[in-house]
Design a protein around this ligand. Structure first.
Ligand SMILES: [Zn+2]
Ligand SMILES: [Zn+2]
Length: 103
């Protein structure tokens, strides 16, 4: 019995469908399948399955979300951090002045 669809000339060879749908394990099909898997894994890594915490610095920094909410949070956070740094520097300067008091 010949194999009209599953023969070596079948059009699906070298596609991921050949590997998954036709259970073919020839070179081109396996390669296409692993390439497909790699692409899938890459997409999954780029788009985390967990919910992106929009409107937080976490969403902007860790999830690389650039929606309006996240950008706003990043902006506010940056301003707050600058403010904190300024306060810390000021506190250190005050402390330093106290330390070098003359006796
Ligand atoms: Zn094949
Ligand atoms: Zn967002």
């Amino acid at each position: 019995m010949s194999e009209p669809v599953d023969g070596p000339d079948a059009p699906w060879h070298g596609t991921a469908g050949g590997y998954t749908n036709h259970k073919c394990r020839c070179g081109p099909c396996t390669t296409a399948h692993s390439a497909d898997c790699a692409r899938y894994a890459q997409n999954r890594a780029a788009l985390p399955t967990t919910e992106i915490p929009h409107g937080t610095e976490n969403g902007y920094g860790n999830y690389r979300c650039r929606c309006e909410l996240c950008r706003e949070a990043h902006r506010v956070d940056g301003r707050r951090r600058r403010e904190l740094r300024k306060q810390r520097v000021a506190a250190q300067q005050t402390k330093g002045k106290k330390r070098v008091r003359s006796e």
